[in-house]
Design a protein around this ligand. Structure first.
Ligand code: HEC
Ligand code: HEC
Length: 179
């Protein structure tokens, strides 16, 4: 990661740039299959931010960077995964969808490629492929924990609401694009 100068843009603990998302806990946040593909062919996640450049990494280089993140850039205490034992039911997903619009998440986020939505926050159409379920819980409990300057309000979600929204977001995977 030093060779390829990831830290000219990204920050890890107190080193590096602030131009791109902080990677200090990327290993607890990002799904590593997604990460490997992203490093070889970066995609636009945050519509308004700069894009990550294409480095033409080989599969092996992408794998090495990914393994580094996965092993070293993690929270000391593992995050709580509400869905470790069983995936969200269709009922939970439907309640989560309702909440997403009731709470106004759609004013800042698009949750679907075809229907549109806000562009202030990252596009969430395939967030289930990109982010770990436990990280979704961590983020939604208090969006400022990971990014103190972030504009996402703390909705003070109840445990039930949290579970529904996370179930809904986990269901956003590529095979469902354009549903
Ligand atoms: C020229 C600046 C730049 C360099 C160098 C760079 N990145 Fe990025 N990276 C970005 C930007 C900008 C984004 C956000 C893209 C978006 O949201 O659309 C990003 C996003 C990411 C993400 C997703 C983070 C998240 O929380 O969503 C990961 C992981 C990542 N980069 C890893 C790396 C690694 C590993 C390297 C070194 C091989 C690297 N980057 C080098 C600019 C850079
Ligand atoms: C006022 C605008 C705004 C609202 C409303 C909002 N968000 Fe966000 N959200 C953001 C921004 C901006 C980020 C990106 C923070 C960052 O890049 O560090 C974000 C990040 C996220 C992320 C993490 C994405 C990532 O890659 O880091 C998720 C998941 C998310 N929001 C879900 C939601 C849900 C669910 C709601 C409704 C309960 C919601 N947001 C409401 C602006 C908003």
């Amino acid at each position: 990661m030093y060779d390829i100068r990831c830290l000219t843009c990204h920050r890890i603990q107190d080193k590096g740039g602030t131009y791109a998302p902080n990677l200090t806990f990327a290993g607890s946040k990002i799904k590593m299959n997604w990460e490997g593909e992203f490093l070889q062919a970066p995609d636009i996640i945050r519509p308004l931010s700069q894009q990550m450049p294409k480095f033409n990494l080989t599969e092996d280089e992408a794998k090495a960077a990914t393994e580094y993140l996965e092993k070293n850039l993690v929270f000391k205490d593992p995050l709580i995964d509400l869905y470790k034992d069983s995936p969200p039911t269709a009922e939970i997903i439907a309640s989560g969808e309702k909440l997403f619009y009731e709470k106004g998440c759609n004013t800042c986020h698009a949750e679907n490629i075809t229907k549109g939505g806000g562009v202030v926050g990252p596009n969430l159409a395939t967030v289930g492929d990109r982010l770990q379920p436990a990280y979704l819980v961590y983020h939604l409990k208090n969006p400022q924990q990971a990014n103190p300057q972030g504009v996402e309000p703390n909705f003070g979600l109840s445990d039930e609401e949290l579970k529904q929204l996370v179930g809904f977001l986990m269901d956003h995977v590529k095979k469902k694009e354009g549903k």
